[in-house]
Ligand binder design. Structure first.
Ligand code: PLP
Length: 361
């Protein structure tokens, strides 16, 4: 099996697994404490959670606070719904290529939502007009389907001038590139070689947030519920490793990208080639039915779009936002690679994919 779907999820780093095991089962039974219990067992678990929090915090801009959540989807819900005091009665603006965790949540908020368009390269114009009464803007840093890197610094500056809040979905950026400045930032451990089932929301110091989940008052009252020390430790170890290896991983990915461009020379690239995370090769070829291609090439795991959208069978709304026709979108594949991918794996997968594509005409 060749895994080329790094945007859907990434393999757990051995270092993250190791960090988790201690909190799943201690040989003397001493590592199962509730991190919110005041006794010694609880305090040990709490110490592990706080070490993890510091490691995760190192991903973000200085200052602010890290709230652990069950996923980035939850973190984005907390960001968009939780800042109601600043946003209510004003318009929410999001880019046309946001993940459904942002789009569906924004559409569910009370009040108006404006969609900010992207160009043919999958990039938002930094000078895009914002609504006069804008209260919140959400623009992702790296897109999950096409890998384009948005000009979030320019947009954040304009959002601040407008007196609004800026939310950034940094799920596909975290651990790969330095995270953008924003007021609220969401990340997910399983996208940077950590475990599934844990994410985080970073919140700038002065932002007022209402909880979505109430109860025991954990996470400073922002997100009640007992934390899993194992998941926190795994996320913390993955964050530390990603920061330590950021340049090495990026250089490895850049090498694979150049190689992949040659292997798929007959295909056309979707989205900007420059403003892009290079571990995401989203390409199309005329007359291809990707659903058939995927069933023909069973040894290589790649994607027809985002993992969440691919079950619907509808052409990708992200590729549609770039102006691609439904046929072009249906003929597009996303090949995602990263830290543990080898050039040999790319060679083998390209041979299978190109062969199956040629069979289709
Ligand atoms: N945002 C982006 C850009 C994503 O790629 C994903 C996952 O696919 C999410 C949000 C949701 O993350 P999670 O799986 O942690 O809910």
């Amino acid at each position: 099996m060749i895994y080329l779907d790094y945007q859907a999820t990434t393999p757990l780093a051995p270092e993250a697994r190791e960090a988790m095991l201690r909190w799943l089962d201690g040989p003397d039974g001493s590592s199962f404490g509730n991190p919110h219990s005041p006794h010694r067992l609880g305090r040990q678990a709490e110490a592990a959670v706080e070490v993890a929090r510091e490691r995760v915090a190192a991903l973000f801009p200085p200052g602010g606070r890290v709230i652990f959540t069950g996923s980035a989807t939850e973190a984005l819900n907390l960001a968009l719904r939780g800042c109601a005091p600043a946003r209510e009665g004003r318009t929410t603006a999001i880019s046309a290529i946001e993940h459904s965790a942002v789009l569906d949540t924004a559409l569910d908020l009370r009040g108006n939502t404006t969609i900010l368009p992207v160009d043919r390269d999958g990039l938002i114009d930094p000078q895009v007009p914002l609504p006069d009464d804008v209260g919140l803007v959400s623009v992702m840093q790296v897109n999950n389907e096409i890998g384009t890197i948005q000009p979030t610094a320019d947009i954040y500056a304009r959002v601040k001038t407008a007196g609004a809040l800026f939310v950034c979905d940094a799920v596909q950026a975290a651990g790969k590139v330095p995270i953008a400045e924003a007021d609220l930032i969401a990340v997910s451990a399983h996208k940077f070689h950590g475990p599934k089932g844990i994410g985080a929301l970073w919140v700038r110091g002065d932002v007022e947030l209402r909880p979505l989940i109430t109860g025991g008052g954990q996470e400073g009252g922002s997100r009640s519920g007992t934390l899993s020390p194992a998941l926190c430790a795994g996320m913390g170890a993955a964050a530390k490793l990603a920061l330590e290896r950021m340049e090495e991983d990026a250089a490895h990915v850049a090498g694979l990208w150049c190689h992949a461009l040659q292997l798929f020379g007959d295909w056309q690239l979707n989205g900007s080639a420059q403003a892009r995370w290079k571990g995401n090769l989203n390409i199309r070829r005329e007359g291809i039915d990707v659903a058939r291609l995927m069933s023909d090439v069973r040894q290589a795991m790649f994607s027809a779009g985002s993992a969440c959208a691919s079950e619907s069978g509808k052409p990708s709304r992200i590729l549609g936002a770039l102006g691609l026709t439904p046929e072009e979108a249906r003929g597009s594949v996303r090949i995602g690679f990263g830290r543990y991918t080898t050039a040999d794996e790319l060679d083998a997968a390209a041979q299978m994919i190109n062969h199956a594509a040629a069979q289709q005409g």
